[in-house]
Design a protein around this ligand. Sequence first.
Ligand SMILES: *Cc1c(COP(=O)(O)O)cnc(C)c1O
Length: 366
Amino acid sequence: MSLRFASTFAALPAVTPFVGTEKTEQELGFRFSARLGANENQYGPSTNVVRAITNAAAEVWKYPDPDLHLLRGKLFERLGIPMSMIAIGEGIDGLLGITVRMFVEHGTPVVTSLGAYPTFPYHVNACGGQLHSVPYAGTFEDLSALLDNVVKTSARIVYVSNPDNPMGTFWSAAELQQFVENVPESCLICLDEAYVEYAEPNDVLPLSFTRPNLLRFRTFSKIHGLAGLRVGFAVGQDNLVRQFDKIRNHFGVNRLAEIAASAALDDREYITQMREKAVEGRAAIASAALRYGLDSVPSSANFVAIDCGRDGAYADAVLNGLIQKGVFIRKPNVAPLNRHIRISVGTPETTRIFGEALGQTLDKLA
Ligand SMILES: *Cc1c(COP(=O)(O)O)cnc(C)c1O
């Protein structure tokens, strides 16, 4: 008798969905001198946050609060969102997994963009969903084509990231609201706002904007510098958010993560500083690229997509050249995005290392 896996699970290919920075370092046999591939905040969390984690370290014998009362209260205090409209999870990645499990079973139609954030389709595949991937229009997620596809396929979920990853492009509040209002009520809109704090605040759809079929996802991994702690939240109407309680991992968000995230929300000045650092960092990356005649995509996030000016194979060669020089970056793999490389905002020092390595790489390929 052999083991009998669930049929949806057994049908999955045995792929490694995500190759970590550490694994790449192990394979190369050296450590990266600039870690610019995962859009982490190189400045780390604020000193107030570090102090809060340090002070709480000896308390980790206690289980975390499964209701995350402290953090949900802080989100209400800082963002004005009622606690009943907030679900906390192990980062956006964890929350997307639960959301997909709520709606997707074998053959369920789901719409996303071709080349968009890969964790979403990863979860859809795990549930046996039927993915419909819509090509980008230039460097933007194509909202009208996404909408057409939702209607055509009777999709149960549509995923949109704003600002977008990997391109950093951004739809303003008015454009996004129009899209949301046109999506049929039978289709859940997963609006991933991992980078929203980096966008121009006046252009962001207010967090108080809700719809019965809208979930908005935010994270402490990016601007708050807490990627290693794994905490994020979803905002939606009460009766939708309450559904998370049926299947979420109740102790999944750890005690230190809750304390750190709560302290991070209090440190408004740090958030402003990090936004300013990102604006400077984006400009520094774009000017490093321009020095070698390469254009960049205007970004509303903490990374910049640089157009390598030729085909995808050439951009792959640029990426590999940079990696060999100790600069870790990533790039999209599908057209029309694949002629770009994606560089995370670093410190002035890591951006300088990148610029130097880019020049040497391009010379070598010329
Ligand atoms: C980085 C990123 C995330 C990851 O968020 P976590 O809270 O760390 O899981 C989600 N969505 C997008 C588009 C991202 O780029």
